[in-house]
Write a protein that binds this ligand. Structure first.
Ligand code: ADP
Ligand code: MG
Length: 133
């Protein structure tokens, strides 16, 4: 059964000019791009998206970073989309991400880690609705 996951090419990757490389990777990993848009998130929209992390010490840093410049948001579909995309992007901390993963290739540190991926099929749907209602 196909699943949906939400991917975000975060402002660091966008600024570094690697959006095209990341989109190529998405296509070569056989995801269907159901929706895609370029967006400069407001602080409020970033806070809403990361609501689950509101009490974390890095919440302000995270939402300031996510609203610091343009991003590309994509709703992706394929078999096991959520776990497959998490495998392709790698660990949250790029220093711990396996070689060849997107965060391993393009991430700088735990905060500036190039891409987002949903953590469950349920959140894949909810997060896609957040951007593509
Ligand atoms: P993931 O994006 O791998 O699912 P989390 O859901 O735990 O990771 O965190 C969401 C995002 O918050 C991370 O991708 C990262 O950008 C940021 N983040 C997580 N932990 C930290 C931290 N300790 N310091 C700064 N930013 C963090
Ligand atoms: Mg997460």
């Amino acid at each position: 059964m196909n699943e949906v996951t939400l991917a975000i090419i975060k402002p660091d990757a966008y600024k570094n000019g690697v959006s095209g490389k990341i989109i190529d990777r998405i296509i070569s990993e056989e995801f269907i791009i159901n929706e895609m848009k370029q967006i400069h998130l407001s602080k409020k929209m970033a806070e809403g998206f990361y609501e689950i992390h509101r009490e974390r010490p890095f919440f302000d840093e995270l939402t300031s970073f996510m609203s610091s410049g343009k991003s590309i948001v994509l709703s992706l579909e394929r078999e096991n989309a959520v776990s497959k995309w998490r495998d392709v992007i790698g660990a949250t901390n790029p220093a711990e991400a396996v070689a060849g993963t997107i965060r391993g290739q393009f991430g700088t540190n735990t905060g500036n880690n190039a891409v987002h991926g949903s953590d469950s099929p349920e959140n894949g749907k909810l997060e896609s609705k957040y951007f593509f209602s």
